[in-house]
Design a protein around this ligand. Structure first.
Ligand code: ADP
Ligand code: MG
Length: 287
């Protein structure tokens, strides 16, 4: 017999309305303004459960801002997000339980060892104690950092830190993994390696993957579907083949050019500059 008050029942009904079994992420008319600047300009899209979905766009397109809104770190100016049945604005905890995040900016504690970083994260995310050690070992072996587990993170190269962040993001087996430019600055071999692991978990555990990139080839090769984003707007969404055939293009690069009127490469240089500046800032801050 149900004993809930009408209040609770109503809440449940609302919640169940939010659950869409096909679409794990639903975004409608999402806007983010920073003062006068419209960083995300009325975007709508869906991501299917188990899908690998890419946001492809140049530097400054609004990719990170969107990911931050989806993962509860930024408040939307307007619009609606439903993520695994939860609203990130009103139910931060519900959303946070569902996701793993790998950010564009480094977020490791550099004064801790590899193992300490992993253990700390496992505790934060309530990874069960009996499986914690095994999973940490498995993940660190995969990203080839097991032999370095007692080393402090500050001694690591950029690529090693990225690998550790990825291992850490996967620790609690999230329902959705968010990756913001995860392969920026990694060598091709490490990139491939990272993607084969992410795809393996994606298949094995039906984990949804949402990633951003400005690497055409990466979106083409890795994503089931791609949203092309430019100046805060989604210009087109589809599989790589759909985007190509819609624009009569041989390559995704040509499709991008057709849809946006410019190449993505022109802006890669400025993105690298930005990365360098960020690196300088970061190092300065740690001194
Ligand atoms: P991307 O990740 O695609 O490179 P971002 O989402 O980081 O783009 O940025 C989109 C736009 O919003 C850029 O013009 C950027 O300068 C601006 N922006 C991002 N974050 C802030 C902020 N906290 N305050 C002001 N402007 C911001
Ligand atoms: Mg970004």
């Amino acid at each position: 017999m149900r004993t809930e008050t009408p209040d609770v029942i109503e809440k449940e009904t609302n919640l169940s309305l939010n659950i869409d079994h096909a679409n794990i992420i639903m975004v409608s008319n999402l806007v983010k303004k920073f003062g006068e600047l419209v960083a995300v300009d009325d975007i709508s899209f869906e991501v299917k459960r188990g899908e690998t979905f890419a946001f492809l766009g140049p530097n400054g397109a609004g990719k990170s801002t969107t990911i931050k809104m989806l993962t509860t770190l930024l408040h939307p100016t307007s619009g609606k997000i439903i993520l695994n049945g939860h609203d990130p604005v009103h139910d931060k905890d519900g959303v946070r339980k569902s996701l793993g995040i790998v950010f564009q900016d480094p977020s490791l504690d550099e004064d801790l060892t590899v193992l300490e970083n992993m253990q700390f994260h496992a505790v934060c995310y309530n990874v069960r104690k009996d499986i914690r050690a095994k999973r940490i070992e498995e993940l660190l072996k995969f990203v080839e950092l097991w032999d370095r587990r007692e080393d402090m993170v500050k001694t690591f190269s950029g690529g090693m830190k990225r690998r550790l962040e990825i291992a850490r993001g996967l620790l609690h087996h999230p329902t959705i993994l968010f990756l913001d430019e995860p392969t920026l600055g990694l060598d091709p071999q490490t990139r491939n390696h990272m993607w084969s692991y992410v795809k393996e978990i994606n298949k094995k555990e039906n984990m949804t993957v949402f990633f951003t990139t400005h690497y055409m080839e990466e979106a083409d090769r890795v994503a089931d579907r791609i949203a092309i984003i430019d100046h805060g707007k989604i210009i087109a969404t589809g599989t790589s083949n759909e985007l190509k055939s819609r624009t009569n293009s041989e390559t995704l690069e040509d499709a991008f050019l057709n849809l946006t009127g410019h190449k993505i490469r022109e802006e890669e240089a400025s993105s690298l500059d930005r990365l360098r500046r960020m690196g300088q800032l970061w190092r300065g801050r740690r001194r």
